[in-house]
Design a protein around this ligand. Sequence first.
Ligand SMILES: [Zn+2]
Length: 227
Amino acid sequence: MATETEIVEEETHGEPEHSIEETIEEPGEESVEEPVEEEPKEETRSALPGDLIGTSEEFIPRDGAYLDGGNIYAAASGIVNINKKERSISVTPVTNMPPHLQVGDIVIGQVTDVKDSVALVEIAGIKGKGEREIVNAEQAAIHVSNVKDAYVKELYYEFAPFDIVKARVLDLRNMRLSTVNKELGVMKAYCGNCRAVLKVDNNKLKCPKCERTETRKLSSDYGTGII
Ligand SMILES: [Zn+2]
């Protein structure tokens, strides 16, 4: 019964009302619309010397860019300019790009490996010079003699892979780092058992999850987030 009444209602409402008036096209309107022309846009991104920024099939290399074997590379640190109209690519040098390391710089890095006499560190940034701006990670090493003033029995007691460390650059030739200083050393460490972030507990590190204790050459800024 209910379905029958619904059908009847639909039929009565189906009459068109003002549809004819609304669909009338005004003949003059089409010519008013301007043809949509794409403006040549210029994209920007940053590059370091040697970065692949394009190919010769795409662009003509201009200032700050060079062609090598069909690829176009940045010749300078700076902003990549793509001129679509001209199909050219160039690099405008920027002076505040990632600086080069200098002896005495304090760097932040991650321990990648610990051997008998050295801990290997991948440098991620330089303190006070834009920690997050360094693109090319550099490999460095902390020798067992440069860990702390006190005698180091086992380097494995001082560093572990994945540790975040703060260290001073000793020399650039061999990329030696030192953590001999109160505020230098491990800034953040992970539990070797469950990977949780370790907390300082009486000059040792304790895992809040599995209660495991570990030792490190700790920075006085451990766990503070201060770099
Ligand atoms: Zn744990």
